[in-house]
Ligand binder design. Sequence first.
Ligand code: NAD
Ligand code: DAU
Length: 350
Amino acid sequence: MKSILITGGAGFIGSHLVRLFVNKYPNYKIINLDKLTYAGNLANLKDIEDKPNYEFVKADIVDEDTIMAIFDAYRFDGVIHLAAESHVDRSISNPKEFIMTNIVGTVNLLNAARSIWKDDFNGKKFYHISTDEVYGSLGDEGKFLETTPYDPRSPYSASKASSDHLVRAYNHTFGLPVVISNCSNNYGPFQFPEKLIPLCINNIRHGRPLPVYGSGTNVRDWLYVEDHAKAIDLIFHEGKMGDTYNIGGSNEWANLDLVKKLCEIMDHKMGKHPGTSEQLITFVKDRAGHDFRYAIDSSKLQNELGWKPEVKFAEGFEKTVEWYLSNKAWLDDVTTGNYTKYYEGMYKNR
Ligand code: NAD
Ligand code: DAU
């Protein structure tokens, strides 16, 4: 039985990936290693937690000794590394945590993989999950290619860029078998409601303002989270060692248009008059250093490995809204406690 480590498996994308792997590969033992920060939630994995090929290990990737001991004990055949601090706004208010988890944590995992695999890399793979934000910000035209030079502009994207470089350096210097993918914005169930879409869904539910940064013209390329998980599965199994793959939805939306579309769906689902939720839209102070536009060219992944997004945006967006409305207890649970304090601090001066 192969043993596969997935880090950050209690988070948004990680939980979808763990579910996919546990259900699809009964002959793999899936070990989900997660610190359970505010963004990690084992309730995301309730449906698979009792499966015999699944195990949860609570650990902090910054804790070098613990990580080394876990690798020693489990002798993983493969690693898929998603654990990270992932919210740009938090990286602006507290950059150091991003440096620790995203950079130091990644180096600890690379060192631990090197240490147990020694120089016998046959059948082994270290897969690092990254973001399109490492490429910087686009104007009105063009898309990010795998060859686009790195130009990270927030502490979050700089920490992710740094970890990408380190992963490549371990491949070049030590021959560690690595693969990297850089994905655009994900949406779907189980996303923490600090991110634009679930934040707005939750605020509409409570009749709170919908904070749109600046003039709402910034553009993001949205991909349904299960399509990302399927791309990760494909790249993990068939990606070329040492290569990078871009993953994206080819689905660009200006933030204001996206929020208006969401308001329309929410009005319909909540039985409100068309136009009711739109009245909650409130323009607030822009994010510092706000990247204007991201857009991914995923033709390498499509042409070489045959991936393409399966979920059409209209379908995925509606499914997402329905999920949050049918899982209000989940939303209420994660929006109490510390998150409430963060939210109040974050939007107080905007
Ligand atoms: P998330 O914030 O929802 O989840 C992150 C998970 O990592 C949480 O479960 C958290 O508890 C865990 N974690 C954080 N610090 C840790 C530490 N020190 N040790 C162990 N576990 C720790 O993030 P997400 O949106 O699911 O993103 C997952 C990965 O995908 C990240 O690497 C992110 O950079 C990347 N990514 C995200 C998106 C997106 O749109 N969300 C797009 C492209 C790439
Ligand atoms: O592009 C991939 C990245 O997408 C991932 O690497 C990150 O982990 C993920 O958080 C996401 O980053 P963004 O900053 O693009 O996502 P966020 O949901 O925070 O914001 C989306 C857009 O909406 C962005 O232009 C900022 C804007 N925004 C966000 C919030 C939270 C608002 O206008 N108002 C808000 O309240």
